[in-house]
Design a protein around this ligand. Structure first.
Ligand code: MN
Ligand code: MN
Length: 269
């Protein structure tokens, strides 16, 4: 069973808040009567026993390590019960504790990270918990086998140093010629920052970075990368900037295809 859990935290955002409001909006869009519950890959997500919503992690007023401990403990408990997790952010900082919890259950975990930004700053404006730093924390942990990034279009020299330090495999937005060959051995966690998409497709995010992925390119990656998907998250929806819930629907569509891929890879159907 895949448990869909919300991480309503945005106090590690560097530019604007709003993503704490996102989990409820994505949950609504997943079951919106405007669409049906069958994934493009043919998995009927209306079928009982494949996935369920579980309550958000209570993060009211929590900051820094305290908030991360709450997320990590909750994810670890779900995994210990034998279930899988699809997390709904929140800003991207929530992925650090969520992925750490997965790494302790899934040795040799690899990450497929879709984003406009590589989020590898050692710290950002003095905040080591920043949503610009989760993948630095993860790579420092030594528990991640590979970090493969797609859609990056904001790399600066400070982050290039981190890319080199941690051996990050980067598919820059300006050259996606290698993405059909992405292949993993062992378990894979997909972390989808919605600003990896072009703002034309996903305007409801805090950081509008033009020249990004289409919705179709992201769906294709989720559906076809070679590897075994065991968990993931969809982060950085900012409902305060969304237009008619369109970006929430993009988030939900990607979430549904991720759940379906997890169902298929786990042999649950
Ligand atoms: Mn990010
Ligand atoms: Mn981003």
């Amino acid at each position: 069973m895949i448990h869909v859990v919300g991480f309503p935290q945005d106090n590690n955002s560097s530019f604007m808040t709003g993503p704490a409001l996102a989990p409820a909006r994505i949950r609504e869009a997943i079951v919106s009567p405007s669409a049906n519950m069958t994934s493009e890959t043919g998995v009927d997500l209306g079928q009982a026993g494949l996935w369920e919503n579980v309550p958000d992690v209570m993060l009211n007023g929590l900051h820094g390590q305290t908030a991360f401990d709450a997320i990590k403990t909750r994810v670890a408990n779900i995994l210990a019960d034998g279930h899988a997790v699809l997390g709904l952010g929140g800003d991207h900082s929530v992925s650090y504790p969520a992925i750490l919890a997965h790494a302790s259950v899934h040795p040799k975990l690899s990450i497929l990270h879709i984003d406009a930004h590589c989020d590898l700053y050692a710290d950002f404006e003095g905040n080591p918990y920043s949503h610009a730093s989760p993948f630095a924390r993860l790579m420092e942990s030594g528990h991640i086998a590979r970090l493969v990034q797609v859609g990056i279009r904001t790399l600066n020299p400070a982050q290039q140093t981190q890319v080199d330090r941690y051996g990050v495999e980067m598919h820059h937005m300006r050259d996606l010629s290698g993405i059909d060959a992405i292949e993993f051995e062992g378990p894979v966690y997909v972390s989808l920052d919605l600003d990896g998409l072009d703002p034309a497709f996903a305007p409801g995010v805090s950081h509008h970075e033009p020249g990004g992925l289409s919705t179709r390119q992201v769906l294709r990656l989720i559906q076809t990368f070679r590897g075994h998907l065991i968990g993931g998250d969809v982060v950085e929806l900012n409902p305060l900037r969304d237009i008619n819930g369109m970006t929430a629907m993009v988030a939900a569509k990607c979430a549904k295809e991720m759940i379906a891929r997890m169902v298929l890879d786990a042999g649950l159907r």
